[in-house]
Design a protein around this ligand. Sequence first.
Ligand code: SAM
Ligand code: SF4
Ligand code: F3S
Length: 470
Amino acid sequence: MDMELKKVGDLEFPPRKVWMKTYGCQMNYHDSERILSHLSNLNFTATAEQSEADLVIFNTCAVRDLANQKFYSHLGETKKLKTHPDINPETGMKKDVIVAAGGCIAQTEGKDLITKYKQLDFAFGTDVIDNIGEMVYRAYAGEKKFSVTSWDRSENYSIETKITQGSPQAYVNIIKGCDKFCSYCIVPFTRGREKSRRLTEIVTDVKRLVEYSGVQEIMLLGQNVNSFGKDNNESLAQLILELDQINGLERLRYTTSHPYDVTDELIAAHAQAKKLVNHLHLPVQSGSNTVLQRMLREYTVEHYLTLLEKMRKANPEMIITTDIIAGFPNETEEEHLETMKLLDLAQYDFIYGYTFSQRKGTKAARMSDVLTDDIRLRRLREIQDKQLFIQGKIRQEMIGKNYRILVEDKGINKGITKWTGRTSCNRIVHFEPLTLEQDYKWHWVDVEITSATALSTQGRFVRDHGKRPL
Ligand code: SAM
Ligand code: SF4
Ligand code: F3S
């Protein structure tokens, strides 16, 4: 059998397949891409079929109970991979499937996981992603049942962005960790302390992505992205203005912001930077000052609304989205109604709503709580119903206007083929192609909006600019 071996250290690596499942936020997806990129150096290629895999990796999320449960159930299913080893058709060898868990659950529970789950060979945390090659090497050298969850203690945070997808969109991590310790949130425990990359390193990194990898749209990432640079006397606004100068870069996004760290300088950047999109995701969590205090969010509803006003003044096209938690411990009906009122005042384009989920180790988990799951769910439904009404009305205003979208994919619904892309303000638009043969993937296309509801926006094809906008 024709098989190209790759010698790494004392071991030979035949071509192998890795199957990876990612849960959670963009940061985890960014990490997964790094993992795949490192594994390609050990002769791995990705597969979408778990049954074909030699290496199975879960990149886990701990933010809410649901994400945890999904992972545990998927991990349970991997037992059968271990008990029925197959023959690898490419190597002709018996497959020794290695199963690993990384990410946020593994960071805090790595040791327990490998003890409890027999099929799990190793666990690794969020700050050792770049050592994945070494860990896989150890596993293939015969070492099993280890957990690596150490924190990187070096003073500087320095990386080069890795991409594997060949798409014009890329995540660029600019700050890791979170120092905010909101009382409900597990992230500061799973991602450690804040550490920023240096501004010049990021600019060089983005220039390289644009020049050599055809990247046109960048999402700057951080758990608290607008804390960027505090440790180095630099700022997100400065970074945005520098990146705005890069020829060939078309769109710049950033997520996720904390209202406490939105400065006037950042608001001004939204007026100045031409490539910065007309969208800001600014999680509010609650419309009640007393709940915000118990959440340790460090701002008031009034301050938050002033920020929205300033943003919309700096850029009248600005679209705002948010996150809301329904049923924080002991939230009263009045406090819940204050959140409902905020929806009217803020006029969000979209919200991510969650019921409060108790996370072990957080301050909120130690609060006594009178609310039931039913109350939380009912409040979340009320929030979502009201928001759908508001956003339906906002979206109606798009009808008749032209938008430029970056086309991502196509789908067939009830026999009709439609392509889908995103506007600068991050709204998804579907449109029918002129001919079925036309391939619009990663094209910049102008569309005129023909209909819009709270959940779906349809457009009419106007003009195709190809893979580079005119
Ligand atoms: N750093 C961002 C911020 O400050 O908004 C996002 C952090 S978290 C990954 C994304 C969202 O999950 C949060 O904005 C919050 O709404 C939600 N979340 C976090 N912890 C939660 C919990 N214990 N229960 C319910 N929702 C939670
Ligand atoms: Fe969690 Fe708060 Fe940090 Fe966001 S800012 S990651 S909600 S602790
Ligand atoms: Fe989840 Fe970790 Fe992200 S807890 S939301 S994967 S930072």
